[in-house]
Design a protein around this ligand. Structure first.
Ligand code: ZN
Length: 319
């Protein structure tokens, strides 16, 4: 894949393209944007740039370096995904820190992709900060996160932030049409419209049709605003259905937290509930709530008894 294949976000593509051709790409990049806006795709294109073997027009998309990057098998690209338990834990970050000083195997540069940093706890971010402050030569760090506000100010200030926005619904529908050639175009366009042009969410909506986890996450946030604890407890106890469902609800809750932080700093958000919460809670409290939800994601991965989990989550969210 090349930069021109990435759909929409022309400003960012132009800026990246210039930086790539002039060799001035920053060593630390944060890509933020809602789930489904193509953060991982763009991060992979940037990683390709780091390992591409072409003399010019990098990333070329066809050399062995680019192809290995696309297939996720390049020895000089390290991927840690916050959606996989423990991959962004502090010990992993310390390992990354020391690996960063070892020369690349075969590529011009070594690339560390830290994906879904929404779940990266503060101690891990602080450990990461050390290598950002004194970056080794020929090393690139590419992070993805729903909102850069979820990361510590110290990490943000040492990185270049590129914010992705959804595509035009028509562009999203055209993309979906390649994936679902048998579906009527009108149906795809309707789904793309419902998702505000967000390509990933459009695909997900067409595939699953179900929005149950998203709805429950919003209901939990709405219940948190009420004085009685009872309604919140009823909602959090719905997480006991099954672990995968609970994980999907927590993921949605993290996304809403990111939207709350956006609203709290006056940035644009489509989330009505986030706007309401940002009116009532301070930025500090929202950040603490996001940290609580991140901790809950970690606890859910430890085979906790789900019956207690709902009650526990209710208590910590109310605290
Ligand atoms: Zn290449």
């Amino acid at each position: 894949m090349q930069l021109c294949d990435f759909i929409s976000n022309e400003d960012i593509k132009n800026e990246l393209s210039e930086a790539m051709s002039s060799g001035t790409l920053p060593h630390a990049i944060i890509i933020d944007g809602a789930k489904g806006t193509g953060k991982r795709t763009l991060a992979t294109i940037i990683a390709q740039y780091g390992v591409c073997l072409a003399d010019n027009g990098r990333p070329c998309g066809v050399c062995s370096g680019c192809l290995k990057a696309i297939h996720g098998s390049h020895p000089d690209i390290f991927i840690a995904d916050g959606n996989h338990s423990g991959e962004l834990a502090v010990n992993v970050i310390r390992q990354i820190r020391s690996d960063a000083y070892i020369k690349p195997n075969e590529a011009p540069a070594k690339v560390f992709m830290l994906l879904n940093c929404d779940k990266m706890l503060a101690p891990a971010q602080n450990a990461f900060l050390k290598v950002l402050e004194e970056p080794p030569a020929n090393v690139m760090f590419v992070m993805t996160v729903t909102s850069a506000n979820m990361l510590l100010e110290t990490v943000r200030s040492r990185s270049r932030i590129y914010s992705l926005f959804p595509a035009d619904p028509k562009q999203a529908a055209e993309f979906a049409a390649q994936k679902f050639p048998d579906k009527p175009y009108e149906e795809l366009l309707r789904a793309a419209g419902l998702c505000g042009g967000n390509i990933g969410q459009t695909i997900q909506l067409i595939e699953s049709g179900g929005e149950e986890a998203k709805i429950l996450a919003e209901e939990i946030f709405a219940s948190m605003q009420k004085s009685s604890e009872y309604e919140l407890l009823v909602r959090t106890n719905q997480l006991t259905k099954d672990r995968a469902f609970a994980a999907a609800v927590l993921d949605n809750m993290l996304e809403i937290s990111a939207e709350c932080l956006k609203a709290a700093v006056g940035a644009e958000t489509n989330s009505e509930i986030a706007v309401q919460i940002a009116r009532k809670m301070t930025k500090k409290k929202i950040y603490a709530m996001a940290e609580t939800i991140r901790n809950a994601c970690g606890i859910l991965n430890t085979n906790v008894n789900l019956n207690f989990f709902g009650t526990w989550l209710c208590a910590v969210l109310k605290a």
